[in-house]
Design a protein around this ligand. Sequence first.
Ligand SMILES: [Zn+2]
Length: 144
Amino acid sequence: MPDECSLCHPDLAPKLMTSEAWMLILNHNQNLLGKCFLALNRHLEAVTALTTEEWLDLQVHLRRATDMLISAFQPDHFNYAFLQNQDRHVHLHIMPRYAAPRTFGGSTFIDPDYPSHYAVPAPVHRLPTGQFAALAGYLQQRLQ
Ligand SMILES: [Zn+2]
């Protein structure tokens, strides 16, 4: 069981915020506009081993992240998932779902599977570097 992983070194990913226990990271794959995840600040692989303080902090910041996405893109629904298939480090996916296309920075984003199951593996929609940075900034401005 490794005690270090890529989520222990998330400098590669844009962090939208860091709290006591969690960091909010924007996914490079933006197949669902605004898709992001909350990763625990320490390496832990079992969700059931989270402390009470970490659960309480998760509740606060899950609400903040959800409100941020509502403010930015008005998703029609949200999927939340602890999957940890590729990265065992505890993290919670926040997947905004859309009944109709959204646009950002001149790109159009669709959710072809709405309202049914989120497709795994997800289709890939990577943004050009400048547009990705603009998206991160746009979301950060809406983080209350
Ligand atoms: Zn880790």
